[in-house]
Design a binder for this molecule. Structure first.
Ligand SMILES: *[C@@H]1O[C@H](CO)[C@@H](O)[C@H](O)[C@H]1NC(C)=O
Ligand SMILES: *[C@@H]1O[C@H](CO)[C@@H](O)[C@H](O)[C@H]1NC(C)=O
Ligand SMILES: *[C@@H]1O[C@H](CO)[C@@H](O)[C@H](O)[C@H]1NC(C)=O
Ligand SMILES: *[C@@H]1O[C@H](CO)[C@@H](O)[C@H](O)[C@H]1NC(C)=O
Ligand SMILES: *[C@@H]1O[C@H](CO)[C@@H](O)[C@H](O)[C@H]1NC(C)=O
Ligand SMILES: *[C@@H]1O[C@H](CO)[C@@H](O)[C@H](O)[C@H]1NC(C)=O
Ligand SMILES: *[C@@H]1O[C@H](CO)[C@@H](O)[C@H](O)[C@H]1NC(C)=O
Ligand SMILES: *[C@@H]1O[C@H](CO)[C@@H](O)[C@H](O)[C@H]1NC(C)=O
Length: 648
């Protein structure tokens, strides 16, 4: 009866668009349990995702770790014509090897100032809010300082100073000492072309000092000290990911064994973190260290998929299967103690408590390494690392970063073109059920040319396009249909500063002031919001393509029908959900739907120049219900991805 009603209603639609409707039948009483979830992957370093990105530090190269030569220090310029700025490796501050010497050789006119100036990560947003500035300073034994040390935020567009703070220069002694000040502009600067200056009076001959760890923080997410850039963090948070894979990526591996990630060197006081040559770009501070990343997961209501260092570099060097490997295995086990252990019995857990987090973090998944399918040594490393880790923490799920036979979970990565993604819709229908589960923690349509995804620069995408994002949606629906096997997915890379992009496309691009949510961001967010516990069988007289779909439900009360249309022509859809078990009060199920599409078609794309070309919008959906089931209908636009939600 219901079917006939809906069928009649659809008849007119059929006439208008001249396409045969697709009719689906969803059996609510059958299905597989699913844990499928949209995850996030915050790969540190790539595209300046951490320093210059999520990490709120506004000062670029705050500890002078990136130095081209003694006199050329990226991020910094001098203030005052006669000022000399010199990188000095003979006056380290704790683990920070390079200090900056500020020196004025000879007498200067009274009233002039000398110092250094930083233009931030391609700009510093100046707004009426409180900025926390800090730096370490020391002076030479024979050279006490006079006058003031001034900190300013000023505009290079209009020359105005928006905030300043003064400290007594006499307080600088021959020992390193940290100085703090707040800067509170009362109005916004016209743009981000602002600089942070630290200057001294230069009325005295040969006056000079050393500075290090020059830092400036705006308000951070949840006001955490040493925290996250609020606007950008909120965009990632709004994705609603349940799991966040941290910290990388090739950057976990490092370019050599010596440059690999060492979690202990990312903890505690910032001056005791030596930093590390990033795999992708520059030198990273590790200011966004392990503790900060775990706190981020908590702030996002997510739990980490913890990437542990696996003694294998991105340039294919392995630590041999000898006692040399022991310290890395021990380090991995200690890392788990740090995350999960009891402060009363374990020193690493006690360190966590001392750093302000006595409770263990929530952790289910530990991934050993990154993309170890490139390695011939993963077998012994997997065996030795996971047996040690699971002896200490047997309840954790250990994820192999290669398609390793017998692993509890494997993380598989896919980068290709739209055709390859669409034809991967059935990939997991055909994967044998051996007990090994799958995470797909890095995938993206990166090109329009599936035949040569990495080799054809012309077809490479700069930003995700509707075509690519729809193809990703199709592949991810294929994963969800196999929710008994596939546990989750993540786009990669997630974040890139447009001024430091080594890889395209990225899910979220940004500069100091603006954030680009791509079409792929919206696809993942729509799927993330449709988190379900059951995937239902569907039957249809129409086979998949150009319409693809998956039906799921949560708590037997909320049904989701995801539908992608990869053809230009709109297609009428009707679906019946029958055998609904809950005692629902017919005939008023509630339905709503969201669609991502664009009149610009496949090439539609959000770009830094046009941030909001494509956004999710409501889709009209009709719904009818009685005690036997629910029928719904909608016209699925050409080139679109929709999530229809029905609450019974
Ligand atoms: C600096 O100036 C003062 C006063 O003008 C003068 O006495 C002194 O000799 C000058 N020193 C140098 C090194 O030029
Ligand atoms: C800050 O430094 C810049 C050089 O980068 C200089 O042009 C500007 O005058 C300085 N402003 C203040 C207030 O020190
Ligand atoms: C990590 O760094 C610490 C110093 O912070 C060092 O003692 C330790 O040996 C390093 N661990 C590994 C596995 O290299
Ligand atoms: C956090 O996530 C859990 C499950 O993942 C959910 O039950 C809870 O409502 C979430 N809390 C917030 C504040 O979103
Ligand atoms: C449930 O999983 C099995 C394989 O484990 C598969 O054959 C079946 O089609 C799945 N059912 C649904 C509704 O996805
Ligand atoms: C797209 O739709 C048009 C019009 O209905 C049809 O001619 C064409 O074959 C379709 N293409 C695909 C790939 O289904
Ligand atoms: C999309 O862009 C590609 C490359 O710029 C171009 O060849 C193609 O014709 C465009 N397609 C549409 C539908 O505009
Ligand atoms: C950031 O990008 C936007 C365009 O989306 C541009 O208007 C703005 O000037 C850029 N800001 C900076 C600081 O680069």
């Amino acid at each position: 009866m219901l079917n006939r009603l809906v069928g009649a209603a659809l008849l007119s639609a059929v006439v208008t668009v001249a396409v045969r409707p697709v009719v689906l039948d969803i059996d609510a009483s059958k299905g597989n349990a699913t844990e499928f979830t949209v995850a996030a992957f915050v790969e540190t370093n790539i595209g300046r995702a951490d320093d210059g990105g999520l990490y709120a530090e506004l000062i670029q190269n705050r500890a002078f770790q990136e130095a081209d030569s003694y006199l050329s220090i990226p991020g910094w310029t001098k203030v005052g014509d006669r000022t000399v700025l010199m990188k000095d490796a003979d006056e380290p501050l704790a683990a920070l090897q390079n200090s900056m010497q500020i020196w004025v050789p000879g007498n200067e006119t009274e009233g002039l100032r000398a110092g250094l100036s930083n233009s931030g990560w391609w700009g510093i947003p100046v707004k009426p809010q409180t900025y926390k500035a800090s730096f370490f300073a020391k002076r030479a034994p024979d050279s006490p300082l006079e006058g003031t040390i001034q900190l300013t935020l000023s505009s290079t567009t209009n020359g105005r100073t928006y905030a300043s703070a003064s400290l007594s220069a006499q307080d600088v002694t021959v020992e390193w000492k940290q100085f703090h000040a707040t800067l509170t502009p009362t109005e916004s600067a016209p743009d981000a072309n602002n600089v942070f200056n630290l200057t001294i009076d230069v009325t005295k001959h040969d006056q000079g000092l050393w500075v290090n760890l020059v830092s400036l923080f705006p308000p951070t997410l949840n006001d955490r000290p040493n925290g996250l850039r609020k606007d950008l963090a909120n965009v990632v948070k709004d994705m609603g990911a349940k799991y966040i894979r941290i910290p990388g990526g090739s950057n976990l591996q490092g370019s050599t064994i010596a440059n690999g990630y060492n979690w202990t060197a990312t903890l505690g006081a910032l001056e005791s973190r030596p930093g590390r040559l990033g795999y992708w770009v520059g030198y990273q501070t590790e200011g966004l260290g392990l503790k900060e990343l775990l706190d981020m997961c908590e702030d996002f209501n997510a739990s980490a998929i913890l990437g542990v260092y696996a003694a294998y570099s991105a340039s294919d060097q392995s630590v041999p299967n000898t006692p040399q490997l022991d310290k890395y295995i021990e380090s991995a086990v200690n890392e788990l103690h740090f995350v999960l252990g009891d402060p009363a019995t374990n020193k690493w857990a006690k360190l966590r408590a001392d750093l302000g987090h006595p409770e263990p973090y929530h952790l289910e998944y530990v991934e050993l390494g990154n993309e170890d399918y490139t390695s011939t040594t993963y077998d012994y490393r997997w065996e030795r690392f996971t047996s040690a880790m699971s002896a200490a923490y047997p309840h954790l799920k250990y994820v192999a970063s290669a398609d390793l036979t017998g692993a509890p979970v494997v993380d598989l990565h896919d980068f290709s073109g739209p055709d390859a993604f669409i034809s991967s819709f059935d990939r997991y229908d055909n994967r044998p059920r051996t007990g090994t589960k799958v995470l797909e923690l890095e995938n993206a349509v990166i090109t329009t040319n599936s035949a040569d995804p990495f080799g054809d620069p012309v077809s490479r995408l700069l930003y995700p396009t509707l075509q690519g994002s729809l193809a990703e949606a199709v592949f991810i629906m294929g994963m969800q249909r196999n929710g008994d096997l596939v546990l989750g997915t993540s786009y990669a890379p997630y974040l890139a500063n447009v001024h430091a992009t080594q890889w395209t496309p990225n899910m979220i691009n940004f500069n100091a002031t603006h954030i680009l949510r791509s079409t792929s961001y919206y696809v993942h967010q729509m799927i993330s919001k449709a988190r379900a516990d059951t995937v239902h069988p569907t039957t249809s007289t129409t086979s998949f393509g150009p319409l693809y779909w998956v039906a799921t439900s949560a708590n037997s009360r909320t049904f989701f029908l995801q539908v992608a249309n990869v053809n230009s022509t709109a297609i009428p859809l009707s679906a019946t959900i029958h055998n609904i078990r809950v005692n629902f009060r017919s005939p008023s199920p509630k339905a709503s739907a969201t669609v991502l599409t664009s009149p610009l078609g496949l090439n539609a794309s959000n770009t830094m120049d046009e941030l909001d070309v494509v956004r999710p919008a409501p889709l009209a959906v009709q719904v009818l219900g009685n005690a036997r089931g629910v029928s719904l209908s909608a016209v699925i636009p050409g080139y679109s991805f929709s999530v229809i939600r029905v609450d019974v």
